[in-house]
Design a protein around this ligand. Structure first.
Ligand code: SF4
Length: 88
């Protein structure tokens, strides 16, 4: 019984006005809660701020691509290595 009351209190915090609705980039995230036909983030009060500098770090539906840096090869050492391999 007490747990149900707590859940109701949790939902009312979204309607208090402190929480802003999610933005379109949040669509599909597992942290969205729907209260009275509005969607809110249960983690952040201002979801648009989390996307301002790139991906939201708490998003469950989208992750940034990690780009591997190209390895610099010294052409002198590479030719020596190739020459040593061909001798074998
Ligand atoms: S965790 Fe991030 S992506 Fe998910 S709803 Fe909240 S702000 Fe949007």
């Amino acid at each position: 019984m007490a747990k149900a009351a707590t859940k109701q209190e949790d939902l009312s915090k979204y309607a208090s006005g402190a929480f802003q609705t999610v933005i379109d980039k949040c669509e599909g995230c597992g942290r969205i809660v729907e209260v009275e036909a509005n969607k809110f983030c249960q983690t952040f009060t201002v979801p648009s701020a989390k996307w301002r500098l790139g991906f939201c770090n708490f998003a469950t539906h989208a992750k940034p691509e990690i780009v591997a840096a190209a390895v610099k090869i010294n052409p002198l050492k590479a030719s020596k290595r190739a020459a040593a391999k061909s001798k074998k």
